[in-house]
Ligand binder design. Sequence first.
Ligand code: AHG
Ligand code: MN
Ligand code: MN
Length: 336
Amino acid sequence: MNEFNVTTLGQFIIQKQQEYTFAKGEFSRLLRDIGIAAKVISREVNKAGLTQILGDHGSINVQGEDVKKLDIIANEMFISTLSAGGEVCVLASEEEDTILPLKGTFSKNGKYVVCIDPLDGSSNIDVNVSIGTIFSIYRRLSEPGTEPNLQDVLQSGNKLVAAGYVIYGSSTMLVYSTGNGVNGFTLDPSIGEFCLSHPDIKTPTDAKIYSVNEGNAIEIPDGVKKYLDWVKQDDKATNRPYSARYIGSMVADFHRNLLKGGVFIYPATAKSPNGKLRLMFECIPMSFIAEQAGGKSTTGSERILDIEPSELHQRVPVIMGSENMVNKVVEMINQN
Ligand code: AHG
Ligand code: MN
Ligand code: MN
């Protein structure tokens, strides 16, 4: 990257705003606020092994302070940043049982609704493996100035204004879409800025990586079981056998497959009959990115972005990624 030719996230957002003459700047400020929260969380994640922020929430450290898990730190960071920003009237978080109408001075007039999975891949925090943050943005439905409600949040993916994720990996990246393609920004820690590093990301239509927790294999639907047998067969014409890659952080698994091509599957299991992943906080935003990059995302019978959510913490099975690979899984599900 030529340092004199870098586009920062802030510059990129302003450039995009200028393309919409009616835009008043609130949405741009909201995106900027998400970028700021992401930078602070990235800093905390980077020093996770050095400080007392690991461990179970609820314990007390030697200074007598509460030891907070990174999930809680990330959640609080979003609440405070978005409350101060004033563009968001209500936040929904995977870490909160109910919606959180924000209490900032201007929040009640905020035009936007945000859903977050503040820290995705929690089980990987303590072992220095990539984790992430997932966010989605909707327009509020209730009148500005009134109390926001659950219906403001329970909107289908077709109503998204924007969605994205941050991956705290070997470098920190922010990837997002406003419905006009997908762009990725890498954090340059020396200048503290997200810099455009992956413009207009397109995911391969076909590939050979499959990402699924195969430990669940005996308790998943027969069609998915058949697919997992099929990917291991030897057939040069279809590039099989495929390669298995599974990190256990959706953001990290998704990000790899977005760039390299692949299919990510979290099916229904005996333990989680609707799958494990949350519609509002994980599946809708990631499906939006997948589709915007030319990929596909479905439950096996329904496009994820078409689902009308009925509950805040609703879970759904998900098959997402390279179009031809998703189609093959669905084909095998339908054969059963
Ligand atoms: P979270 O850390 O936000 O609770 O999400 C964990 C999710 C997701 O990141 C990942 O894809 C999945 O759990 C892994 O589940 P298994 O351990 O059951 O494979
Ligand atoms: Mn998650
Ligand atoms: Mn989480």
